[in-house]
Design a binder for this molecule. Structure first.
Ligand SMILES: Nc1ncnc2c1ncn2[C@@H]1O[C@H](COP(=O)(O)OP(=O)(O)OP(=O)(O)O)[C@@H](O)[C@H]1O
Length: 190
């Protein structure tokens, strides 16, 4: 299982954002993508997700991916548990209810499970989006600014979740401008 970039370049709006980005992540590996606003961190995550084609180079990944972006994929009119169940039913992984229960617990969202997603606060919504990634069972996590809007306790929970994911052989590619404790993560500075 791996996620690899080979000499990847990215062009958006006719402008070269970055070039010659190469890395290879295997089971248990993590990488942190850093750089100033507008440098292309989100674009790199979108390329990894297959939502944006590289201008040059190649991306290979032989495992299922879960993507976290600013835009939450959770249906705002459903309760949190129903919104998570909707996606979990489509995952290529067993035991959706168990996965959801573990994710809700890991993000301290148990008491909010029956609240409509639209009523969640900014930080709660972000935790819900992280819970969706955790519940997906996907080996490769692509996280774009996952700590945005989180309080310090929730940041610590996120760090624990990433560590546990890696400990079970998962891969994490994380774009962040906030400091996150991700031990031995590769640094991809754009
Ligand atoms: N759909 C698009 N069409 C054209 N240009 C775009 C598009 N999306 C993003 N860009 C441009 O690409 C550049 C990189 O954007 P990106 O969101 O990848 O940066 P970032 O490093 O994640 O920024 P931030 O730290 O502000 O989140 C920006 O200049 C942005 O305006």
């Amino acid at each position: 299982m791996s996620l690899a970039f080979r000499d990847v370049a990215c062009v958006r709006g006719g402008r070269l954002l970055f070039s010659s980005v190469s890395f290879d992540l295997g089971p248990g590996d993590a990488a942190i993508v850093t750089g100033p606003n507008g440098v292309g961190k989100s674009s790199l995550i979108r390329i990894a997700a297959g939502l944006l084609a590289p201008f040059e180079g190649a991306v290979t990944c032989d495992a299922n991916k879960a993507l976290l972006t600013e835009a939450s994929a959770l249906d705002s009119d459903r309760t949190l548990i129903a919104a998570l169940r909707f996606w979990a039913a489509l995952d290529n992984a067993p035991a959706p209810d168990t996965r959801i229960a573990q994710a809700l617990s890991a993000l301290n969202l148990d008491t909010l499970a029956d609240i409509p997603v639209r009523l969640l606060s900014t930080g709660q919504r972000r935790r819900a989006a992280i819970a969706r990634v955790a519940a997906s069972g996907a080996p490769v996590w692509l996280l774009d600014e996952p700590a945005n809007g989180l309080d310090t306790v929730s940041v610590a929970r996120l760090e624990t979740l990433i560590a546990e994911h890696r400990a079970t052989g998962g891969i994490a590619l994380v774009a962040t401008h906030l400091s996150l404790a991700i031990p031995a993560a590769r640094k991809i500075a754009l």
